[in-house]
Design a protein around this ligand. Structure first.
Ligand SMILES: Nc1ncnc2c1ncn2[C@@H]1O[C@H](COP(=O)(O)OP(=O)(O)OP(=O)(O)O)[C@@H](O)[C@H]1O
Length: 859
């Protein structure tokens, strides 16, 4: 960097600019004694983001160098705020002890970034995603440092993006040149911190070779991933980034687990936000299901919620465990007690591996390992729970840490007291020397008083001058001959003797020895812990899993949930379902349960739900989606009974809060979301549509809504289950026109004082919209209400006529024709003749010909 004019280069500034030049995109935290100092622009940035004082350093130069500093012992809270604001920070440490003569050596030892930030006691799990786009595919790697998990896979764009959004990375590693694609396809995470890496870093061949070397395997296929899969490139890019920023080997990440395209139920971006799956605050599904006692459990439960399963066996295995823990109350509460004593062992291990650990992390591992055998013995006799126990014998490490680490180990090694008394005889010896210093000094003082006869003689110690004997001016004549003058004060003189000097050397040496022995033992303990990291990691994962299971079980038991039957049918039959979140927020008022009833027997799979605002339509719709998701997590559900045919995706078109903030029109967002659903829904999808077509003029909206329902009803190979809430009463006629559609409405009771919402679903269309009654409830002046009544009568008359016309129109044929035709045109438009072999071109032409003949009805 260029120094501003007028500023003289000093050796220290030279050192500063050297490191700043190496990390120009980071704020440089330059360690100076007990502070991290920032200079120039960095100081100004830090001062405004952290609200700390901006001072200046201007000893020998007239020019002032802006400067701001933070104390090193509380650096974490400042780092957390900078990282949250999207900054990257390079930590430049002192590598040699200051001796007052030569310049202290300094070096950057790690870079703190949003995706690698893992504070000890706060939120921050170090989540990095690496991705690369290739045509209509996306390869994704998801790295969660705190749990040591690295997963990767290649997907169709939509599925990959949904997975990525669900993971919610703190930092994204992108292939250089793909930023536009990223912004276009991943709007919900587009504002996260992004780092670009060269194409070569994503090359699957090089990446696989690199990963195989580090894990000592011949091919990634040993882990289920193809060496040529672009996902291997993404996995290596993520891991390399972690190591490159932390300047250490991430040896706690021992494998890459492939994410199979059909492994998880897909929750597209808007669904994740619309349904408030894991949002902060007291309205999310996570909030309602979370009774975890550990951070590890909470982390895993969030992962389960955002990536529900697709494999019935796996779902049933989870249900078995939840069921067992739900019925065994005593065991569960004993388990909860033990879990409450566990600390975040996964994160502690990860911090130690990445050299950002502290004695507190060893303490966390020690305390958690201590609980592990008790937890295992609690469940190992139970045949349903015992298969959860992994091979994680860390008893040797546990015993070692138990013997070595004190129960109140400090955050900083240099604060001392990390190692327990009794662990090292040498350390104990020096501690004794240091500890006895005050009693020995007192004894020495007494002896000197007697020897000299000076009653008011004092022996003491001072940080700068060391040990001394202080004699008041009036007694100086009696000072023994062997006293050596050290310092003169106003009313006294200070002396030292040979004996006191020896004592002083011994004490100072003791302090030095204590520090260096503790540092050596600490380093050894860290090494031993890392040697056992595979077991520790397995133990951490086991605790996380058990905690999540116990949480789901507690919720199931306490709130009377039942075990849903998941099968390969396309049913969605739920009796007396309750909304898992609204139920909790209603307080004393009971939630009115409702049924869902789509089955092969009754042939229904599309429900049109009408009824006034506030009647409970949205709650009913969201409840269906949440129950489906819960069922696929392996959780029990708030209902009397349920039979749910496997769901591959949950689509929702509900609110548009986020997008509104980003400046898109409500109607546009509505249409984009609807288009996505129409294009991607399959036979196994569950679709929740809350008001489609509302954001435009009535007849436009009605026509779109009508056509959407027709389309969802009429597709040959995609017959999803659909819940469609609407204000368009005209749509209710569709149940008579097309099979599979049923009209439902929210019950309302009219009384003299107005309407009462019953919140009960009825199998009939709502007779009218009650909009004016709701407006009355809201306090709209009666003159306006009267006028609305008049207008309503008039509009209804005109509307009835138009409906007749609509019924007559030849709908489904035309819709299907249009859609297929469009698909053919789209495929044709997307092909790239310049890069096609003659054979594949011929194949395309022949296929498209076949398709077009089908659409046109040729034989
Ligand atoms: N089944 C139920 N039992 C008890 N209370 C309910 C039930 N369903 C909904 N409610 C209550 O009614 C309120 C309104 O419900 P909801 O938002 O679902 O209505 P809506 O018909 O979708 O309204 P709008 O069309 O204005 O969005 C909820 O906040 C909840 O407090």
């Amino acid at each position: 960097m260029e120094l501003p004019s007028g500023i003289k280069m000093t050796p220290m500034l030279e050192q500063y600019t050297y490191w700043k030049d190496k990390y120009p995109d980071c704020l440089l935290f330059f360690r100076m004694g007990d502070f991290y100092e920032m200079f120039f622009d960095d100081a100004e940035t830090a001062s405004s983001v952290l609200d700390i004082t901006l001072t200046s350093r201007s000893k020998d130069s007239e020019a002032r160098i802006p400067m701001a500093g933070v104390p090193f012992h509380s650096v974490d809270s400042y780092l957390g705020r900078l990282v949250a604001a999207g900054y990257r920070v390079a930590i430049c440490e002192q590598m040699t002890e200051p001796d007052g003569r030569t310049l202290v050596e300094r070096s950057v030892i790690r870079i703190v970034t949003p995706g690698t930030w893992m504070p000890e006691n706060a939120e921050g799990d170090g989540k990095i995603a690496a991705l690369s786009f290739a045509g209509k595919e996306i390869s994704v790697a998801l790295l969660e440092s705190a749990s040591g998990s690295l997963r990767a896979g290649t997907f169709q764009l939509e599925g990959g993006v949904s997975l990525l959004t669900a993971f919610s990375p703190n930092e994204i590693i992108l292939r250089r040149g793909q930023r536009d694609e990223f912004i276009k396809n991943c709007p919900l995470i587009a504002e996260r911190s992004v780092v670009e890496r060269d194409k070569g870093d994503f090359s699957p061949q090089q990446a696989s070779a690199w990963l195989c070397r580090r894990w000592g395997i011949a091919s990634l296929s040993a882990m289920g991933l193809d060496d040529r899969d672009e996902a291997a490139g993404a996995a290596a890019a993520a891991l390399k980034y972690l190591e490159e920023t932390q300047f250490s080997k991430a040896s706690h990440i021992t494998a890459v687990t492939p994410i199979l395209p059909r492994e998880n139920l897909i929750l597209d971006q808007s669904t994740q936000t619309n349904l408030e799956l894991i949002d902060k605050g007291e309205t999310s599904l996570f909030w309602s299901l979370n009774k975890c006692r550990t951070s590890m459990g909470r982390r895993l439960l969030k992962e389960w919620i955002t990536s529900p399963l697709q494999d019935i066996d796996a779902i049933e295995r989870r249900q078995d465990v939840v069921g067992r823990l739900a019925e065994k109350r005593k065991l569960r509460s004993a388990l909860f007690e033990l879990l409450a004593e566990c600390r975040d062992m996964g994160k502690a291990l990860s911090r130690l591996t990445l050299k950002m650990g502290s004695p507190c992390d060893l303490l966390a591992i020690k305390e958690t390992l201590k609980m592990l055998p008790e937890i295992i013995s609690l469940i190992k006799e139970d045949e349903t729970l015992s298969p959860l126990v992994p091979d994680c014998d860390a008893s040797e490490l546990s015993a070692l840490l138990f013997a070595a680490i004190g129960d109140s180990a400090p955050r900083m090694l240099r604060d001392g007291g990390v190692i327990k008394p009794g662990f090292s005889a040498e350390l104990d010896k020096w501690r004794d020397v240091a500890a006895n210093s005050s009693s020995r000094l007192a004894a020495f003082e007494e002896g000197e008083r007697e020897r000299s006869g000076i009653k008011n003689l004092k022996a003491g110690v001072n940080k700068v001058f060391g040990y001394y004997i202080e004699v008041p001016k009036g007694s100086l004549s009696r000072v023994p001959a062997d006293y050596i003058r050290k310092q003169t004060l106003v009313g006294a003189e200070r002396f030292i003797t040979e004996e006191l000097k020896k004592f002083e050397d011994e004490i100072f040496r003791a302090e030095g020895e204590i520090q260096s022995i503790e540092a050596k033992l600490y380093a050894e303990l860290v090494e031993r812990t890392l040697d056992a990291s595979a077991s520790v990691q397995r133990g951490a994962n086991f605790i996380a899993e058990l905690d999540s299971f116990a949480s789901l079980a507690a919720v199931a038991d306490e709130r009377g949930y039942t075990r849903p039957k998941i099968d390969m049918s396309k049913d969605f039959v739920v009796k007396n379902a309750r909304h898992p979140v609204v139920e909790l927020t209603l307080g004393k008022n009971p939630f009115t349960p409702n049924d869902f009833n789509f089955s092969a027997e009754n042939g229904r799979r599309i429900a049109l739900i009408t009824g006034p605002n506030m009647a409970g339509k949205s709650t009913y719709l969201r409840m269906a989606a949440l129950i489906a998701i819960m069922a696929h997590i392996g959780s029990f559900i708030p209902a009397e009974s349920a039979k749910i045919g496997l769901v591959d995706r949950v689509f929702t078109r509900i609110g548009a809060r986020d997008e509104l903030a980003r400046g898109q029109s409500t109607f546009m967002v509505e249409m984009v979301e609807t288009a996505n659903i129409l294009r991607h829904a399959t036979d196994r999808s569950l679709i929740i549509l809350d008001e489609v077509g509302r954001g435009t003029s009535t007849y436009d909206g009605l026509s779109i809504a009508w056509a959407v329902v027709e389309f969802l009803q009429g597709q040959e190979h995609a017959k999803p289950r659909v819940l469609f809430a609407t204000h368009y009463h005209e749509l209710t006629q569709m149940a008579d026109l097309l099979p599979g559609i049923v009209n439902l409405s929210m019950g309302v009771e009219e009384s003299e004082r107005g309407i009462v919402f019953l919140h009960k679903i009825v199998e009939a269309p709502s007779d009218r919209s009650y909009g004016i009654e709701v407006a009355r409830l809201a306090g709209i002046p009666s003159a306006v209400l009267r006028r609305s009544q008049e207008l309503l009568a008039k509009f209804e008359e005109e509307g009835a006529q138009k409906n007749e016309e609509m019924k007559q129109s030849p709908h489904s044929q035309l819709t299907l024709f249009d859609v297929r035709q469009e698909a053919i045109l789209e495929e044709l438009a997307a092909c790239d003749p310049d890069n096609m072999t003659p054979l594949s071109a011929l194949e395309l032409v022949s296929r498209l010909r076949g398709e077009s003949r089908k659409v046109l009805g040729f034989k």
